[in-house]
Write a protein that binds this ligand. Sequence first.
Ligand code: C2O
Ligand code: CU
Length: 481
Amino acid sequence: RLSRRALLAAGAAWGVGAVLAPARTGFARAPAAFEPTARLTLAAGETDLRLLGADKPASRIYAYDGQPFRQLRYPRGTRLEATYVNGLSEGSSLHFHGIRMPNEYDGVPPLTQPLVEPGGRFVHRLPLDDPGTFFFHPHCDETGQAGRGLVGVLIVEDPRDPIFDAEEVLCLKDWRLGEDGGYLPLTEPDGASKAGTFGATRTVNGLPHLDLTAPAGGDVRLRILNVDSTRIMDIGVEGGEAWLIAVDGHALPPVALDSLPDGIWRMGPAQRIDLHLRMPAKGGPVTLGDYRAADVYSFATITPKGRRAGKPRKAPLALPAPELPMPDVEAAEFHSFTLQQATDAAVKELGLPPDDPLAKALVASFCVGRATYWSIGQVSWAAGDRLGLPPPLVAMAEGRSYRIEIKNETRFPHPIHLHGHAFAVLRSSKGRLPRHFADTVLVQPGEAVEIAFVAAPGDWVFHCHILEHMETGMMGWFRIL
Ligand code: C2O
Ligand code: CU
């Protein structure tokens, strides 16, 4: 266990004035007493949405409770009992991305639970202790299910947050649609083995563009989520002053967007940011865009309407520092994992007989017949006819601190996600990243990024969040005992 002294030392070295959490490292495997303070039933199903435009054919999408990008909000400290009901005609599961929780509720078949069959249910018991912007999605056939829209937003509110004049949630997702509103193939070998198979119909909250208003001189909190399966976005703001105030839900001392390279925050699939936008006191609208592509996707316009009641403020509004287990970076055990294109030699096969229950669960949880293109630490979570659960990348001890280097030797960026933890992003070999906590970190080609965390008990997957990459090998797991 971490001593209080070690925690203080790590906190001082951290230098962001984070509040030190008690040395709680995780959660018991089976929490004896869980008294829900909120209950929820969340049903996956199909619904129609006009994604191509009001006068074009509708598309059949997957959604929770029939609501595209279903949004949940709970105060911090809520004990949420969420019953997932699978109303799809295929097996599925529910994963709350970024939430620290007991491993058994993580929603990853076949590692933490069986697949939820059509009509089946699964009860998740979630302690919502970390405030922030989170999301949820299935954890099987992700390109198929999340690709058809099965994604929701979970906001955990912190009563200690500063009061903003307005708040907006912006969920960015592209769709692979044909003229008739039906789907183009959601994955193709050329995409899966490279940067991914991109959608051309770009949306924010299911619309091509959002027209919003906010008081002139006012302070707006923007919660921006990249819930796309594939696309990496360069989020920028024009016409107003903006600060990055949280990454993946976790607060950091405000960073002026203008002070970052190119004035953008690069965000891969699954990553979220909270921006504090200060509306100009006079003058025109503010636009939000993805500046990565040659043709900028401007996804929202915020027009001043009325005037902020008080005087416009000067300094940015910082969120309270996160209360997370603080890794002891000095004493941490070090591991390095390389992201690579998988060669056959790198594919470790277990060769399970096809009627083995584990093999069946694996077949059900990923699409059969996919190739294996990627590896982490020379191991692929193989798909297709090479199915087999790989051995854990590393066995860890609960409560110990770990420092993990992720080296990208491929030609493509990869947003790497670890379940069940919020990790500290310590450094990028390109000097690109401010120190922050996150659950997903983008690793550029040729870059090495170092993260550190205090291990929480369970079997936790560690994977690329470009969904085709994870489904074709770029996934491993840590066993923490
Ligand atoms: Cu957003 Cu393994 O998940
Ligand atoms: Cu990837």
